[in-house]
Design a protein around this ligand. Sequence first.
Ligand code: FAD
Ligand code: 2HG
Ligand code: ZN
Length: 459
Amino acid sequence: MSSPAAAALPGGLAQVLGAIVGPRHLVVEPDLRAGHEVDWTGRFRGATPAVVRPGSTAEVAAVVAACDAAGVAVVPQGGNTGLVGGSVPLHGEVVLSLRRLDQLGPVDEVASQVTVGAGVTLAALQRHAAAAGLAYPVDLAARDTATVGGTIATNAGGVHVLRWGPTRRQVVGVEAVTADGRVLSHLSGLTKDNTGYDLPGLLCGSEGTLAVITAARLALVPAPAHTVVALCAFASVAEAVSATASLRRHLDALDAAELVLGDGMALVRAVSGRPAPFPNDHPVYVLYEASGRADPTDALAEALHAGPAPLDVAVATDAARRAALWAYREEHTSAIATLGPPHKLDVTVPLGALARFVEEVPRVVERVAPGAACWLFGHVGDGNVHVNVTGVDPDDDSVDDAVLGLVVASGGSISAEHGIGTAKRRWLVRQRSAAELDVFRAVKRALDPNGTLNPHVLL
Ligand code: FAD
Ligand code: 2HG
Ligand code: ZN
């Protein structure tokens, strides 16, 4: 999906923005803007008159206020790894890049918390926490690029939601800038603090539409002394779901349960050249990870006996072999990207309906887009399936309509963890009542009356 070229900035605004951030950080050269104008998948491509790169909260506030006063819309952008077309200037907006806000505060070992800038990447945060013997539990394959601000704005999930919850559960304070340039700062991180509305909770998942997040106070968890990964093969998705339910009942230390299907495994192997995990191919795999202070390997093996028996199991305890098993799952997104821009439908269905949903999706897709290829994988413990469809024109959303229709009919959610962005805006009315959407719009008006922040995202 691409948009016409962006209009130039209104008279004088370029000078104002350049004076705020310094000329070096007002990026107008086409080749330097280019990477900020297209999303990670290549499906959503826009154009911006300028990428503005503030280096402090005060600069963010001044930039946003200047754009608001000039009637110029702004797209906040972190690592630009978002998958719903919410981080790129599809309507000629100014791009506000938050990547320079990359300060890592000292880890508060008494509270197990840390305050960091919105531009810190997940990987940098994870390394910082690890150096203090702690861990930041939100983890996803884009960890080297995705930022704290972006993960809060999307309420990112990732592979550890099963045990630690999504980003919202880790955010104990935020600093953010409203469209008129006011700074809201509540970073004390007090566990008990009933002094009004929960602004961190509101900003989690707000997709850059309510305020620009500039820093966050985050809860950390104990770093595990032992981690074990087991890749298990099953005969069907129904067995995989039932084995996962059994593991959840029997294993406190379960961090992740990740679904891979046979064709996705074959694609990842073809693209990466990785060897097969087992002598025989199987239709369904689940990658389990467990971790704790004590070695959970025996507990995992015992828990596996309590459910449907896997057809094959590969176990890894050392970091290199664990990473090799994880690669079969994590490399799905990049392997699919080699086939051209996919339609990505990140959905949840009730666990009881998941096996049927996985069977049904290819049939539904074949009906509306004969010959298109369907790739399904995801976070089976959360009922979160990533439906990717390749071989369909980026602008043809009949596949999206058909799959999301099936999701709603199954009692699921049209966005599990990636957000609504611009990609799914059309379908939000199927999921949220008119009364809820009215309240959403009222909240938006209260914080951003001129519609400056991501006006084409979410609502
Ligand atoms: P961006 O893409 O830059 O922005 C995303 C949204 O947040 C946009 O609407 C943007 O306007 C807004 N935004 C960004 N920064 C700010 C800010 N400071 N203040 C206000 N608004 C802001 N997501 C998951 O949930 N789980 C996964 O497992 C997962 N795996 C992924 C794997 C790969 C290989 C890739 C490419 C993506 C994956 N994602 C996943 C999606 C993506 O990484 C997340 O949505 C992530 O949270 C985006 O962070 P970002 O910094 O790149 O944000
Ligand atoms: C994942 O779980 C991400 O790997 C990306 O959420 C999903 O590529 C996708 O559709
Ligand atoms: Zn995911």
